[in-house]
Design a protein around this ligand. Structure first.
Ligand SMILES: C[S@@+](CC[C@H](N)C(=O)[O-])C[C@H]1O[C@@H](n2cnc3c(N)ncnc32)[C@H](O)[C@@H]1O
Length: 218
């Protein structure tokens, strides 16, 4: 298990933490957690405020292909793939790679990139309907924390099951109480979050042997 920032080349999103904190309510959170149009393409207080393809995942995809040594014919799965931007870019940077995605959002899948039609499955990270060891890499970015702690453990176990030692999981975290405070005024969908040590403990409990990193709002 190794901490490594595979999203280092992704541009930092612009976040108005104060505006989000002010607009947040139980109703807004409930709508966001439906992962529908409001979450992806509605106003910013409900989620992304417009989730559109702009090629920003290409350098990340290159780093992932290099990190896992992926090549033509290998299979890679993105758990929480949304509209399939990373799936598309993984295939673009590694011709012949068989990239797939899973997501709970029917809205995201119905508005996916044309290049990935048929490669994205409607499903839950809790139960991935694929045989043991069937992927050369499984990636999950900013998705696992949307489950309760025990469910996070199950999802991590699923990732390990599909690609033992060849996972990459990025989740919400914070290194200081100040970062935690900022995170808590920003967060909408995450049901479990913790300091890196808390996450490492969870990964260990799940028998996870892949790599990981943190999304930290500063
Ligand atoms: C913050 S978005 C991340 C999307 C994409 N991975 C990225 O980094 O841009 C979280 C995604 O997780 C999906 N999601 C939430 N809970 C899930 C679950 N239990 N199983 C699979 N996907 C889930 C949402 O629909 C959404 O697409």
């Amino acid at each position: 298990m190794r901490e490594i920032n595979l999203l280092a080349k992704l541009p930092k999103p612009k976040r108005n933490v104060q505006a989000r904190g002010g607009a947040k309510s139980a109703d807004v959170i409930e709508v966001s957690r439906q992962y529908g149009e409001m979450y992806f393409d509605g106003p910013r207080e409900y989620g992304y405020g417009g989730y559109r393809y702009d090629g920003r995942w290409i350098p990340v995809a290159e780093d992932m292909v290099r990190h896992f040594g992926l090549k033509r014919g290998d299979r890679v799965l993105d758990v929480g793939c949304a509209k399939g931007f990373l799936v598309k870019d993984l295939m673009a940077v590694c011709p012949g790679l068989e990239a797939f995605g899973v997501d709970v959002s029917e809205y995201a899948l119905m508005h996916c990139e044309p290049a990935v039609v048929g490669r994205l499955h409607l499903g839950n990270a809790l139960h991935l309907p694929f045989p043991d060891g069937s992927f050369q890499a499984v990636i999950s970015l900013n998705t696992v924390h949307n489950l309760e702690r025990e469910e996070c453990r199950r999802a991590v176990r699923e990732i390990e099951r599909l690609a033992p030692g060849r996972g990459f999981i990025q989740v919400d975290s914070y290194r200081t109480p100040e970062q935690r405070e900022i995170f808590e005024s920003w967060v909408l969908t995450a049901k479990f979050h913790d300091y890196p040590d808390g996450w490492r403990k969870l990964f260990q409990e799940a028998g996870y042997t892949g790599d990981y990193y943190w999304t930290i709002i500063e």
